[in-house]
Design a protein around this ligand. Structure first.
Ligand SMILES: [Zn+2]
Ligand SMILES: [Zn+2]
Length: 457
């Protein structure tokens, strides 16, 4: 046992809807062939010395006529097709190759010695024939693609290590077995499945901003079943917050509770035991926040300033965490009629567009806020300022928070596809939801989210 040379934990995440398409393609290819091969081309993401995550950028399941021969002793792709595949995808950046194949039968598959020999040669071939020294991850599934084993090969092809596979955005177990005792509290949600309920109870959610939207969001996602939280907010409760914070009292405001402590109490009221709530009564830019946020499954930002949203987006990109952005806006037209909006934005995890290039936030305002926020926080801690900002009402915040909770339910269950990202805007009194066409948000050369730039960095 040598802890100094302990290798990192490897995980491979395939977003639910991509996983469904890949799995369907593999299963239908199995109709013509006993064994089939599929490829995923993945971006490697080093979270820490101890943790490396892989996310696919593309997948390919070759058609039957791409094979040289097929038998129980192994598969061989036609050489020219195989080279075309690798040259085409590996030239798109420092992607690593995931090679997936199936074994006959329904039992948990194991790599065979034929697999060992072939994959070892393949790992060597990849690292010696391409300038970026791509690595090989291999996976084997049973014939119905339920059970799997994954491993990553060393460049020399002489050893490998286990990889945890998640057909999910999140690091939560997928097995159907060993379900906990079903909780009567969730009897009315049973229709969504016990796996869904267990996934929620394992999910760790970072909430940045525990104000009018964040508090309602936490109350609702907590009631849905999320028990692990990281709360980040430097502010304290004030009397002006009491129009929109569920369960907040005058006494809490008088005692200047930190907003993170108030939201923690909301969660603790739902779960007197079994919940885990960490609080950071500080700015998201504080160093202690970054490590904790990186370790969480999902980032939700519900602050009222552009700067903190920018930082949340940068952290989400840096640590490849899904980001859900919630906001509301109210103004009064010259004729006295109010216009009310709420906005729910989920930028795509693998890049393509982000809060900055999608103009969801304003960079000039973010820059202006960067310095004054710190000064304002110092001033309000000293009791000099009362934070009366933009207009805000409980019911509009609730529409926004509820929709955000629904989006997360869809992401966990896989019934909502957020791979291209989403940006929904609700308008009142028109009472309309507008779905931004995310094709228009794509910005290939974005300073923040363009993956090519990050690879070269
Ligand atoms: Zn095999
Ligand atoms: Zn961008």
């Amino acid at each position: 046992m040598n802890n100094f040379h302990k290798s990192p934990d490897f995980s491979l995440h395939i977003p639910p809807s991509m996983w469904n398409s890949f799995r369907q393609a593999m299963l239908s290819a199995r109709k013509t062939n006993e064994e089939v091969i599929g490829f995923l081309f993945c971006q490697r993401h080093q979270i820490s010395k101890r943790q490396i995550r892989y996310f696919p950028k593309a997948w390919v399941v070759p058609a039957p006529d791409c094979y040289e021969h097929q038998s129980a002793y192994g598969l061989a792709l036609k050489e020219e097709f195989h080279l075309y595949l690798l040259e085409n995808y590996l030239s798109k950046g420092r992607l690593d190759v995931v090679h997936v194949h199936t074994h006959a039968g329904q039992e948990t598959p194991c790599f065979s010695c034929v697999d060992d020999k072939y994959e070892s040669e393949y790992a060597r071939f990849l690292s010696s024939n391409f300038p970026d020294k791509h690595r090989l991850i291999s996976g084997v599934f049973d014939e119905s693609m339920q059970q799997s084993e994954f491993r990553i090969w060393h460049k020399k092809g002489n050893s490998c290590e286990a990889v945890n596979f998640y057909p999910s955005w999140f690091e939560i177990a997928q097995e159907q077995n060993c379900l906990p005792e079903s909780d009567l509290m969730f009897a009315r949600q049973k229709v969504f499945g016990e796996v869904f309920q267990r996934q929620l109870s394992e999910l760790t959610v970072t909430l940045i901003g525990c104000g009018g939207i964040g508090a309602v969001f936490a109350e609702q996602l907590g009631r849905l079943g999320v028990k692990k939280w990281l709360l980040v907010d430097p502010d304290r409760l004030e009397v002006v917050n009491l129009n929109r914070m569920p369960g907040a009292t005058r006494q809490m405001a008088d005692q200047q509770w930190h907003k993170v402590e108030y939201v923690k109490q909301l969660i603790k009221k739902i779960y007197s035991t079994g919940s885990c709530v960490k609080t950071i009564p500080n700015s998201i830019e504080h160093k202690t926040a970054e490590r904790e946020i990186a370790a969480s499954d999902l980032i939700v930002v519900a602050t009222d300033n552009h700067r903190s949203r920018q930082v949340a987006q940068e952290l989400a990109l840096k640590y490849m965490r899904p980001l859900v952005c919630l906001g509301t806006h109210i103004d009064i037209k010259p004729d006295g009629v109010p216009r009310m909006y709420c906005r729910v934005t989920v930028p795509p995890l693998g890049g393509g567009w982000c809060l900055m290039c999608g103009n969801i936030i304003n960079l000039q305002r973010a820059a202006l806020e960067a310095a004054p926020v710190e000064i304002e926080n110092l001033a309000s801690q000293a009791g000099y300022l009362e934070g009366i900002n933009d207009p805000a009402v409980f019911w509009l915040n609730s529409i926004c928070a509820s929709t955000g909770v629904g989006v997360i339910q869809g992401m966990v269950s896989g019934f909502l596809n957020v791979e291209e990202g989403l940006d929904w805007i609700y308008q009142f009194p028109q009472c309309q939801w507008q779905h931004t066409n995310t094709d228009y948000l794509k910005t290939p050369d974005c300073y923040f989210c363009s993956s090519d730039d990050r690879d070269l960095a």
